[in-house]
Design a protein around this ligand. Structure first.
Ligand code: NDP
Length: 262
């Protein structure tokens, strides 16, 4: 039997086991996926092998710090500097990032030429890099300077929240944790100005009412929350875990997602 899990802190809320175990059961795969509350990442590599895992997902706050325990980082994760999936290949740990692709699936059919990301943490990096790869001109704004350095160095336009220019952004993405605190990520006045010329708003948060998306609805703009981003990143991770065609995983996992949502 193959074993998988998601590492994070906190972890009790994670819906990943439901999604992955549903796929194992429906596709008759002899595997189990569980949650692991990781208090400290210093002995992560030994822990991974002692649990006899074939693969794992990584969530807050370890997406950047666990890179040092991997033997190799592949794909977009190298540019992002953060991983959300680890696969064991022989005795090596290989790190990947499926968050950016998970985000992009939500907007793949939209006509977007430029984007504003609010927030400069790990998820903002994943989104900025995938947008850049898809030729969408992307700017990043944050409440403080330090986390903007990564984006500046990668060639993105960056602003502090009180310096955002009155430009047109087709999509405005809230990649901060403001919705957890029931706050707007930037001032209401600034957002209302930005909404005048935008088509879509996206909040990475899911499962709760987001002040940001509520304000967008009042301004008649299309809103998308983070629920499908979670689903799609899990589909891409499952493809790495099982090496089964993505269409087959996607069909099955979408059903598990509907059960969670209902
Ligand atoms: P990080 O902690 O790495 O970054 C958070 C960013 O938000 C920082 O730039 C921080 O600013 C800014 N910020 C935090 N609180 C506020 C606030 N009240 N107002 C304005 N800015 C704020 O988090 P992540 O990037 O990893 O995650 C961000 C959110 O996205 C989380 O809520 C997470 O749950 C969600 N998420 C959802 C996913 C999904 O699949 N749907 C996947 C990944 C994340 P500063 O730099 O000044 O500290």
């Amino acid at each position: 039997m193959k074993l998988f899990c998601v590492f994070g802190n906190p972890i009790a809320h994670s819906k990943s086991p439901i999604l992955h175990n549903y796929v194992f059961s429906k596709l008759n795969i002899d595997a189990i996926y569980s949650r692991y509350l990781l208090e400290d990442d210093s002995n992560f590599r030994d822990l991974f092998f002692s649990l006899s895992l074939s693969g794992a997902n990584i969530t807050l706050p370890y997406k950047e710090s666990l890179i040092k325990h991997c033997d190799e980082i592949r794909g977009i994760a190298k540019d992002i500097g953060a991983i959300n999936t680890i696969i064991k290949e022989d005795s090596k740990l290989i790190g990947y990032n499926t968050d950016g692709m998970g985000f992009y699936q939500n907007i793949i059919n939209e006509k977007i030429s430029n984007a504003l990301i609010i927030g400069a943490g790990g998820s903002a990096k994943a989104i900025a890099i995938i947008l850049k790869q898809n030729n969408i001109k992307t700017s990043i704004t944050n409440r403080s300077q330090k986390n903007l350095e990564f984006f500046k160095n990668a060639g993105f336009e960056t602003y502090l929240n009180n310096e955002i220019p009155n430009k047109n952004f087709d999509i405005i993405i809230n990649a901060t944790s403001s919705s957890i605190k029931k706050e707007l990520p930037i001032s209401k006045e600034k957002l209302q100005n930005l909404f005048i010329n935008s088509k879509i708003t996206f909040d990475l948060m899911y499962g709760v009412k987001c002040e940001f998306l509520e304000l967008a609805k009042q301004n008649n703009i299309k809103t998308i929350n983070g629920a499908k981003m979670l689903l799609y990143q899990a589909i891409f991770a499952s493809n790495l875990f099982l090496n089964i065609p993505i269409n087959e995983i996607s069909k099955t996992m979408q059903k598990a997602y509907q059960i969670i949502e209902s």
